[in-house]
Design a protein around this ligand. Sequence first.
Ligand SMILES: *[C@@H]1O[C@H](CO)[C@@H](O)[C@H](O)[C@H]1NC(C)=O
Ligand SMILES: *[C@@H]1O[C@H](CO)[C@@H](O)[C@H](O)[C@H]1NC(C)=O
Ligand SMILES: *[C@@H]1O[C@H](CO)[C@@H](O)[C@H](O)[C@H]1NC(C)=O
Length: 308
Amino acid sequence: MLKSLLVLSILISRILSFAFDLNKTVECNIRYYFYHGSMVTAYNVSNFASLFNHSKFYRDKPTTFYIYGTMEGIWVPTVIAVKDAYLANGKQNFVIVGNLNPFLHVFINAPVIADKFSTNMIQFIRAGYDMSKVTFVSFSLGSKSIAPLTSRLIRKKSGGRLRLQRIVALDPGIIKDEELYLVGGRKLNEDDAKFVMTVHTDCHYWGTKESHGHVNFWVNGGCDQPMCHNDFTKSICNHIKAPLYWAEAVRSDSKKSFKSRQCTSYKCYLKKDCDLSLPVAYISLYTPSYTRGNYYVRTKKVAPYSRS
Ligand SMILES: *[C@@H]1O[C@H](CO)[C@@H](O)[C@H](O)[C@H]1NC(C)=O
Ligand SMILES: *[C@@H]1O[C@H](CO)[C@@H](O)[C@H](O)[C@H]1NC(C)=O
Ligand SMILES: *[C@@H]1O[C@H](CO)[C@@H](O)[C@H](O)[C@H]1NC(C)=O
């Protein structure tokens, strides 16, 4: 059902593009929502850099940019869960990257969004912010297309001087790798930031079985989440668990949430047939940037999901 909505939205944007300049429309609809306390300040592509001067923006703290998925918006429950978790955590500035119009936040428009977002990021760094404090956290379309495209463009436009520190890609997916050429993209990979970490929850439909990052966490095997029913909602239920698990990790502020093990496969992990001499890792804000490999973890069926 959602996939047909996706196709519909692409058709609508294609049809609209005959009527008027779609690139301009997408550009005008990009919004950066900066959350401070119970307030939100929305910036557009013209005034984004002045976020640096906002009285509630902490210049010495890290900043997370959350790039949500296809046709999502700031009213979507998973987006709210992530936002509330960052506000409760309170140790960073938090900005959501999105679109006023959800029908424009689709993969076919990702190159325009990435083009504007990368230019805005460079302006923001020129205003005085420290690039090494920037993290992109992205979900779905954000992970598969907007975050990697933006990251590459920041590097290119800055002549290689600016490089993203960290990407946390939540269930990167929706677009099949062989469809990425449509938007001139490559898949998310280890070049896209100094540290790329992925959290996989739905390998069947919305996500992927492929490894994209320096470290990949396969939660409950990365395919089937134990609280999702075996019906038509299953795949989307699996998929949206990635931001919900992440929200829990952020809210807890623990260095030891979702304790995960390296193993040959999830089957071996369940049989406890793993090389126990290998280091464990955690899905957390503090996952060290030297972490490498494929990690497996099981969760509980109800929140709090982490067993550790
Ligand atoms: C951005 O917002 C400012 C302030 O509300 C407005 O003056 C400006 O026209 C907007 N620019 C775009 C491109 O929407
Ligand atoms: C921030 O404020 C200073 C002082 O008012 C101003 O010179 C500068 O242009 C502002 N920066 C941005 C990005 O708006
Ligand atoms: C729209 O933007 C994309 C990406 O920036 C670009 O490749 C394309 O040529 C643009 N199309 C038009 C009609 O300007």
